[in-house]
Design a protein. Structure first.
Length: 276
């Protein structure tokens, strides 16, 4: 049986100062979430492996996640953070790339002003990733998709992964212009996409698979199963869904697909793209 890979989750040792984005209404996230917590959830849900993704822009966190991955066999890879716009980016990147568990990098682009992804210093940093085999995860809101398209076109040899379908406005029921912009980005063959982070873009207390389906179907149309991967966004998903419920929801949506297509989305794409 093909492995199921959680292509997107987080770990943290919580402090209010370091995780200011965890707002008061997210109080259930204001505690530590450690590898043992994740392993327990994965066993219950039948998930075989996972990719942990940075949650704050700190080299200290990247090193901590790599240490967690070395100690935890279920964590197959790390998407960390590095100061790609700094003068010493090349040296830092070279040292980080020595870790076999480092599979990619990410910056919180959704919090940056418009135009950040097109700045010279940022693109110079992305160009340094050439030859490392590292993937770059793109975290943006749906309004930033046109900028992301221009950005990706500047780096045709770099492998990119779009996180959370670029956070479409599910709660408002809006599908355009997100769908058209997603299709345009999918025209770049070096981009894959994560089915993750959706329940927190919907109504936390009342979302349904029927509500998510138009967005899931659009992602499938845009990228096809070989460029889609499923992730939980745990523990952030707990604001709207338990870990197992999310995987049950994905499985229900996948029921009409062939066995090979389901295997790609549930694990094969992540294994290939992140070299797990």
């Amino acid at each position: 049986m093909a492995e199921i890979i959680d292509a997107h989750h987080h770990l943290w040792q919580y402090s209010e100062a370091e995780y200011g984005w965890i707002l008061p209404e997210m109080s259930l996230l204001r505690r530590d979430f450690m590898p043992d917590d994740l392993d327990r959830e994965m066993r219950i849900a039948g998930v075989d492996g996972a990719v942990v993704v940075q949650a704050r822009q700190s080299l200290a966190e990247t090193h901590w996640l790599l240490e967690c991955a070395e100690r935890s066999p279920s964590i197959r890879g790390v998407v960390g953070w590095a100061p790609l716009t700094e003068r010493d980016a090349s040296d830092v990147l070279s040292r980080l790339a020595e870790s076999p568990k480092l599979k990619g990098l990410r910056h919180i682009n959704q919090d940056e002003p418009d135009g950040f992804m097109l700045k010279e210093e940022f693109n110079r940093g992305i160009a340094l990733m050439a030859g490392t085999g590292l993937v770059y995860d793109i975290l943006i809101y749906e309004r930033q998709l046109p900028e992301a398209l221009e950005f990706v076109r500047r780096h045709p040899q770099q492998s990119f992964v779009l996180d959370h379908l670029a956070k479409p406005k599910i709660r408002a029921g809006e599908i355009e212009p997100w769908r058209s912009n997603l299709l345009a980005l999918a025209g770049c063959g070096n981009v894959t996409c994560k089915i993750s982070g959706m329940v927190t873009e919907a109504d936390w207390s009342s979302w349904t698979l029927e509500e998510l389906t138009p967005y899931l179907d659009a992602a499938l149309e845009a990228f096809g199963p070989e460029r889609l991967m499923a992730g939980s966004d745990w523990p952030v998903c707990l604001l709207a869904s338990g870990y197992s419920r999310w995987w049950e929801t994905v499985s229900l949506w996948l029921e009409e697909l062939s066995v090979p297509d389901r295997a790609s989305i549930l694990g094969g794409t992540a294994q290939r793209v992140y070299r797990l």
